[in-house]
Design a protein around this ligand. Structure first.
Ligand code: SAM
Ligand code: FES
Length: 331
């Protein structure tokens, strides 16, 4: 694997992306699932070195949407056709287990034909279980990097072992689980990226989120170079080949690193896009890295802009719940 990563040239890269594309079409066809992303709080107790909303960043203007405001986003999203809502935030303890369970149950009561995905960081087993029982279907928790030493250097408030333990717990409870990693992290080697692929192969998650590391001006990594489009596309393609039945998003970070980054990701094995449903007032405050795209666009604009982009890239939008093939074969 390391050898392959070291020796990819333009021709073998194109071939690799093409293999991944074929694998994706064989498993999932040409449909692209759309998920409505609601970034409901940028308040975070953790202090990850790369992240723009880390607790150590005193310059960011903090916000938290109320459960009612989140329900408003879901209503708008449902009307726009979304059947998956992704609730993402920093690690914000104001949102207790009770409040989150109440919110999830409310969403499921109003919109029973939708899937709810959580992306709210590390919580204990009891919380994960109660949120699952309240109706949450899926959970995104990127492992960030499979290198223990790199993980340690980047996460002063969290441990490598616990991150992996949380992923195992989520899987055991019954969630459809999303792991994932950043490409081009400062100090990351080809060995590290090979470990990321082996880790996802072993974990066999339902979703794999992969994006380039992008610097944020108010973090300790502000002067580090960004991960590249090409390296990230290679990792998306390899993830598709290593875990063929995974759902793989064409991430916002891909669209930030290159104007057609998301389209290129779709052509290299990705099959999910997550347009933003957050209120316009919140968008610019959920800045994980510099120059994040789509911070000034209405939810409806994002929905239709992406539909055009998806069709322009040779795919079509699928507004279904879009469960992973892994899950469908388990049930
Ligand atoms: N707090 C939750 C968690 O830790 O899973 C969810 C929110 S967190 C901001 C979502 C993801 O953003 C992280 O898993 C990380 O991979 C990504 N991210 C954060 N800062 C980034 C950066 N500077 N460049 C690229 N991706 C970044
Ligand atoms: Fe948001 Fe294009 S995806 S405007």
């Amino acid at each position: 694997m390391v050898d392959l990563l070291e020796n990819l040239d333009q021709t073998s890269r194109r071939q690799l992306h093409n293999f991944a594309h074929q694998k994706r079409v064989a498993r999932y066809g040409r449909g692209v699932y759309l998920r409505g992303l609601i970034e409901f709080s940028n308040i975070c107790k953790q202090n990850c070195m790369y992240c723009g909303i880390r607790s150590g960043n005193k310059t960011v203007s903090r916000y938290r949407l109320s459960p009612e405001e989140i329900m408003d986003c879901c209503r708008e999203g449902y009307e726009l056709g979304y059947r998956t809502f992704v609730l993402q935030s920093g690690e914000d303890d104001w949102y207790t287990t009770d409040k989150l369970a109440g919110l999830i149950a409310d969403i499921k009561r109003h919109y029973p034909d939708t899937a709810v995905t959580l992306s709210i960081g590390e919580r204990d087993d009891e919380t994960y279980t109660r949120l699952f029982e309240a109706g949450a279907d899926r959970y995104l928790l990127r492992h960030e990097t499979a290198s223990g030493s790199l993980y340690k250097a980047l996460h002063p408030t969290m441990t490598f072992e616990n991150r992996r333990d949380r992923l195992r717990a989520l899987k055991a409870i019954g969630y459809q689980v999303g792991a994932g990693f950043m490409v081009g992290l400062p100090g990351q080697t080809h060995e590290d990226l090979a470990k990321d692929l082996l880790y996802v192969k072993e974990l066999n998650p339902d979703m794999i989120g992969i994006g380039p590391f992008l610097p944020h001006q108010a973090t300790p990594l502000k002067d580090e170079p960004a991960g590249t489009l090409e390296d990230t596309l290679d990792m998306i393609a390899l993830a598709r080949l290593f875990v063929p039945s995974a759902l793989i998003p064409a991430t916002t970070a891909m669209g930030t690193v290159h104007p057609y980054g998301r389209e290129l990701a779709l052509q290299a094995g990705a099959n999910v896009v997550m347009p933003n449903l957050s209120p316009l007032s919140a968008r610019p405050k959920y800045t994980l890295y510099d120059n994040k795209i789509c911070t000034g666009d209405e939810s409806a604009q994002c929905r239709f802009c992406l539909e055009q982009r998806i069709e322009g890239a040779g795919f079509h939008v699928d507004m279904g719940r879009g469960d992973s093939l892994n899950r469908l074969s388990r049930s």
